[in-house]
Design a protein around this ligand. Structure first.
Ligand code: HEM
Length: 497
């Protein structure tokens, strides 16, 4: 258990394994605090707290304080009245030790629990249960994940160059707008950049082959993502009572985005025949199933993940007033050896502060904040010297923003400390960085559920930061996702077109 009242921060000895073992036999057993309340009323009250009276973060924090425990029982939405059959009861795990149980395939089953007990209809994915919904014990998981590894391997020749190409296009547009206005919103241009770069890298197709997809493919994905996730996320779109009635009370039907999804499906079918054929011949995946999996990888995993993470990375750096920008610029420029200012894998490898900054943004704001896993059997969940009995079938819910602020592991846990992961001690903390659904020190395999693109995500983020400081002497971000200053660098670091 984590003592939240203590101001004393100590670095822990290595986190003991979460499963029961001879090493933990002596630890005390404690019943998990918290209750689910009265039927219907308990879940409804928790849902209103979660979305309305408290918000997600305060919801988890306040219960952690009142139960004096980082492991407790509560309900989470969606629930009531039209989410029948969805069990809102979870066991929240909010410290690094208990959270790591979620990475142990022998303890938890990951079948259909990507966003909790609620699973969006498989109609959204052509009646296919795509990779993220498959448990490691299902043979299809290994096949589809291997296909994904292969796609990523093959994309490596164009991944960096196409990202830089579309980023350049995006920044030129944003610069033009900023020359006319005091600020320039970069969210839509960045989403277009991410979408185009992913189509090129993963499907091997230039979005310009279809005017409609080039202009609107990204917003088709946004709508498709939104309809699937709306029951589980807060939204400022409507006043809260109306949100609760109209947006959080029932799952949304697929037909609202069926036309767009069909267009995206056809786009991959017509232009991505090489990768589709690869799935069919090398991995024994049916043609339609392959296209749905490619679309999910591209649209949900990659586009969804980057659309949350990259804006956050840009604005965190762009709003910093501690001199971080100067330090990053110095490091980036000292690593650009090529006289044409070219950036690539070799250059970013040595940029330690850039990398540590990327890790720190992932720690403070993990782009996928929650992970779930269902207990395969009864087991004892370990949390720093306390064992909590968990029953077979119970759903563990890890809320990363709190686990990643575990004061037992991270000094000054609430602060943005870009240098945190530097040096030997800093690198030692990487085993507690969980954004990819696993420690940063382990690798995704077909036997686990860690993000298949873990290395690509970090490398792409480092490349983005490096390119910003290669290109600009300085940049500032304002409120929302805006640039308020983009000060071009002197020509010496200009990259070849
Ligand atoms: C910033 C971007 C990304 C973030 C934050 C992210 C995060 C995650 C997380 C947290 C999971 C685990 C979900 C769970 O089971 O609870 C996951 C799984 C996965 N991710 Fe990523 N991801 C990102 C980008 C990508 C990209 C670019 C790809 C591939 C092109 C990818 C492919 C996958 C796959 C295939 C899985 C499922 C792994 C499995 O079933 O074993 N992700 N990702």
């Amino acid at each position: 258990m984590l003592c939240i009242c203590s101001s004393k921060i100590t670095f822990p000895s290595p986190i003991p394994p979460p499963s029961s073992s001879s090493a933990v036999v002596q630890q005390p057993v404690r019943q998990i605090p918290g209750s689910y309340g009265l039927p219907l009323l308990g879940p409804l009250k928790d849902r209103l707290d979660y979305f309305w009276f408290q918000g997600q973060d305060k919801f988890f924090r306040s219960r952690l304080t009142s139960h004096k425990s980082t492991v407790y029982r509560t309900n989470i939405p969606p629930t009531f009245p039209f989410f029948l059959g969805i069990d809102p009861r979870i066991i929240a795990v909010l410290d690094c030790a208990s959270f790591s149980a979620l990475f142990d395939p022998s303890l938890v089953d990951k079948r259909n629990v990507l966003v909790g007990s609620y699973m969006p209809s498989t109609r959204f994915t052509g009646d296919t249960r795509v990779s993220v919904y498959l448990d490691t014990t299902e043979p299809r998981h290994a096949r589809v994940k291997s296909f994904c590894f292969d796609l990523l391997r093959r994309s490596s020749a164009v991944w960096f160059s196409s990202f830089l190409h579309y980023l350049d296009k995006m920044l030129l547009g944003v610069e033009t707008e900023l020359s006319k206005n005091s600020s320039s919103n970069f969210f839509v241009p960045l989403q277009k950049c991410i979408f185009a770069f992913l189509c090129k890298s993963l499907v091997g197709v230039d979005t310009s082959v279809s005017q409609e997809i080039e202009d609107s493919g990204f917003s088709m994905l946004d709508k498709w993502l939104l309809l699937q996730l709306l029951p589980t996320v807060g939204t400022p779109a409507l006043p809260q009572p109306l949100t609760e009635i109209f947006l959080h009370s029932f799952p949304f039907p697929f037909f609202l985005v069926a036309g767009d999804y069909r267009k995206l499906f056809n786009f991959v079918a017509e232009n991505g025949s090489e990768v589709v054929q690869l799935a069919v011949t090398e991995y024994g995946i049916g043609k339609e199933e392959a296209i749905h999996n490619i679309l999910f990888l591209l649209g949900f995993n990659a586009f969804g993940g980057f659309s949350v993470f990259l804006p956050d990375l840009i604005t965190t750096i762009g709003r910093d007033k501690t001199g971080l920008k100067e330090r990053l610029r110095e490091e980036v420029r000292s690593h650009i050896k090529d006289e044409n200012g070219n950036l690539g894998f070799e250059e970013i490898k040595g940029m330690e502060l850039v990398r540590s900054t990327v890790y720190e943004v992932l720690r403070l704001n993990p782009p996928v904040p929650m992970q779930f896993g269902r207990a395969r059997e009864d087991f004892e969940l370990n949390s720093y010297g306390v064992r909590y009995p968990v029953k077979k079938g119970e759903l563990l819910c890890g809320y990363q923003p709190l686990a990643m602020r575990d004061p037992t592991v991270f000094e000054r846990p609430e602060e943005f400390v870009p240098e945190r992961f530097l040096g030997e001690e800093g690198k030692g903390l990487l085993k507690y960085l969980f954004w990819s659904n696993g420690p940063e020190t382990t690798q995704p395999t077909t036997d686990n559920k860690q993000c298949a693109a873990k290395e690509h995500v970090v490398a792409t983020a480092c490349l983005l930061v490096a390119e910003m400081f290669r290109r600009y002497d300085d940049f500032d971000c304002g409120d929302g996702m805006t640039f308020t200053k983009l000060e071009r660098a002197s020509p010496v670091v200009a990259r070849e077109p």
